[in-house]
Design a protein around this ligand. Structure first.
Ligand SMILES: Nc1ncnc2c1ncn2[C@@H]1O[C@H](COP(=O)(O)OP(=O)(O)OP(=O)(O)O)[C@@H](O)[C@H]1O
Length: 200
């Protein structure tokens, strides 16, 4: 169970949000919506442990996530709005790096986002939607050794074609069916049936 209690966020000198509380149980999904600058990306960074709240706490099964940042990092996958790819490495090599860290099958993950035909191209030559698919393919590594129940996704569908959005929808559904949780910031429709909405 993830629980945010009375969170406040400061960026620079500016208060972005305050008094934010919510809970997320296994299998649930939360869509973060709101205007540009409302604080959606900031909230995801805060939940990922990359930014400290100005006030309030983030709890995992009742324990403060900042008390053991390594344990928290190991239970989550954070996809920022940047794709975080090494341009000189091929698509397969980019994913293999994360497979070594987390476990999971590179070929299976490539197939999940229909990237096998592009697997041996350097990431720098991929189109922007193809790069986004490669970033998302990390979610499909599905390692048994170190499963990550909490997925934090910042604008995951930007640049994706309709077929890729459907593939991502399948990935999200399978994750939730096995007790995974999803928090996604988006301005676009996202295939997350039954998701609650948190407006910032
Ligand atoms: N490193 C930073 N230093 C100072 N202010 C920042 C920093 N990062 C973000 N901000 C400010 O924090 C506020 C929230 O930004 P954030 O990126 O969380 O918004 P968002 O809701 O994700 O926006 P968008 O819909 O445009 O992606 C904005 O006003 C932004 O200018």
């Amino acid at each position: 169970m993830l629980e945010a209690q009375e969170l406040a966020c400061l960026r620079g000198e500016r208060a972005v949000f305050a008094g934010l509380s919510f809970r997320l149980a296994p299998g649930e999904a939360l869509l973060l919506v709101g205007a540009n600058g409302a604080g959606k990306s900031s909230l995801l960074r805060l939940l990922a442990g990359l930014l400290r709240p100005a006030a309030g706490t983030v709890l995992w099964d009742g324990a403060d996530t900042f008390a053991d940042r390594a344990a928290h990092a190991a239970r989550l996958r954070y996809l920022s709005h940047q794709d975080a790819l090494k341009p000189a490495l091929t698509a397969r090599e980019n994913l293999a790096f994360f497979a070594q860290l987390w476990g999971g099958e590179t070929a299976t993950a490539l197939a999940a986002l229909d990237l096998l035909p592009l697997a041996d191209l350097p990431a720098r030559v991929l189109s922007s939607g193809q790069k986004r698919r490669l970033a998302l393919a990390r979610l499909a590594l599905a390692p048994l050794r170190q499963p990550a129940p909490l997925w934090l996704l910042d604008e995951p569908t930007v640049g994706l074609d309709a077929a890729s959005v459907t593939r991502l929808g399948g990935l999200l559904a399978r994750h939730r069916a096995t007790g995974g949780m999803v928090l996604a910031a988006t301005h676009l429709p996202l295939p997350l049936p039954g998701a609650r909405e948190l407006r910032l």
